[in-house]
Unconditional design. Structure first.
Length: 424
């Protein structure tokens, strides 16, 4: 971000999400960029194991808004009240929210004060694919977000503020889906593909043998490749399908990196994991690890993402491409962004389709076609998916929202140019 933002006033930028892990893991470079440029930075998120690290680069305020599973309306309104009070105290110049529940709360609070706002949709998840009442409620919430995003409470109570909010999407499918519900004009949208791969991934040495000149025979390779699952242990993210695929290769070791999501009924629980381990000795659950694809030591790794969750843009795929690891994924996980020149896409979500993809990887390896695919994937990731590039695009969205709102009159905050903003 250039210095123009630093000259506007002393008000902070506020970033909000439903977990500290999300902000620290996916917005780390963005936060550090703000800190380096001496912006006042506040983060709002629930307390978890990453909160302490997050508090080192921002003023962190705990927020009791979790991913899912909490339908308590009292807690919802208490969370909304807390956000409203925080906005009233800190008078932010920009608010950037992530994930549906926090987006909904942020939209309401920023509407009250007329605050310039960026709403990020980091994947719509399962709810966009549901039917019946849940789908109706989801669409209703999106419509409220759309209605309030372009309005504010002013002198005449309800005033239009068509430039106050911008939206960030991680893939074209989500953008089109939301645009059809709330009719967002294209000049208020930013398509920013994912959160980006940290730069240190691009300087690490190759950690596998798929590209080596000396090849294994088909029989030897068939007992040496290693399947990897990466993500929360949700059934909709394909953990059960991955286990089924691994069962088909009992002579091979498989690795699962990811944790239980206690906030989701869709998640595996401890008892289920114990039973899976008991019946499948070839599958190892590593839990949550930092940079699992970097630390894994297998010579012939294959990342498998059989997800039907509704991903934004899976960072695991981007990381694997960067490291030269072949990727097998569902059509949903490809997000219509990664095509078959980069990854292997299962024709459907049945077991045989994934086994066919594994067979195709082995065949491409033996025919020396895989090397070119890996090379193309690495170049694609470097040109499009580095964290630095994603942050620069995000900062452009910040600069845009500040530019179009430069003359915004906010009647709810007095003495808005005062350096002693927090005392006014």
């Amino acid at each position: 971000m250039n210095n123009k933002m630093n000259n506007i006033n002393y008000r902070p930028i506020i970033l909000i999400a439903n977990s500290s892990w999300y902000l620290f893991h996916y917005r780390n470079l963005l936060l550090r960029k703000f800190k380096d440029e001496k912006n006042y930075l506040v983060t709002l998120s629930p307390i978890d194991k990453n909160t302490l690290e997050l508090s080192k680069i921002s003023l962190h305020i705990p927020l009791r808004v979790f991913r899912s599973g909490n339908k308590n309306l009292i807690m919802f309104f208490l969370s909304l009240l807390r956000i409203i009070l925080i906005f009233r105290i800190f008078k932010p110049r920009i608010v950037h929210s992530h994930t549906l529940k926090t987006n909904f709360l942020t939209t309401i609070a920023s509407f009250i004060f007329g605050i310039p706002c960026i709403i990020s949709f980091a994947g719509l998840g399962q709810i966009s694919r549901t039917k019946g009442l849940k789908k109706t409620i989801f669409i209703f919430i999106i419509k409220i977000i759309g209605f309030l995003s372009y309005r504010k409470i002013g002198r005449n109570f309800l005033e239009k503020s068509s430039k106050r909010t911008s939206f960030i999407f991680q893939n074209k499918n989500d953008m089109k889906f939301i645009e059809n519900i709330i009719k967002i004009s294209s000049n208020k949208n930013f398509l920013i593909n994912g959160s980006g791969v940290p730069d240190y991934y691009f300087v690490k040495s190759k950690n596998n043998r798929w590209e080596k000149s000396i090849k294994l025979s088909k029989n030897k390779l068939a007992i040496n490749f290693h399947l990897i699952y990466l993500g929360r242990l949700l059934k909709s993210k394909g953990i059960l399908r991955f286990i089924e695929i691994s069962k088909n290769f009992k002579n091979l070791k498989s690795s699962v990196y990811g944790g239980i999501d206690k906030s989701s009924r869709d998640s595996l629980n401890k008892d289920e994991i114990i039973q899976i381990k008991k019946n499948n000795e070839n599958i190892k659950f590593h839990g949550v690890k930092e940079n699992p694809l970097l630390i894994q030591k297998n010579n012939f790794p294959i990342l498998v993402l059989p997800s039907v969750y509704g991903e934004g843009l899976p960072r695991g795929i981007a990381e694997a491409l960067t490291l030269g690891i072949p990727v097998i994924c569902s059509k949903e996980a490809s997000c219509d962004y990664f095509d078959e020149s980069l990854v292997y896409i299962a024709k459907d979500n049945f077991l045989n389709s994934y086994i066919n993809c594994i067979d195709q990887i082995i065949d491409d390896y033996l025919k020396d076609n895989l090397k070119q695919k890996i090379k193309k994937g690495r170049l694609f990731a470097k040109q499009n998916l580095s964290e630095h590039q994603i942050v620069m695009k995000t900062l452009m969205a910040y600069e845009h929202i500040e530019k179009v709102n430069r003359n915004l009159t906010n009647t709810n905050f007095k003495n808005k140019n005062s350096n002693n903003w927090i005392t006014n």
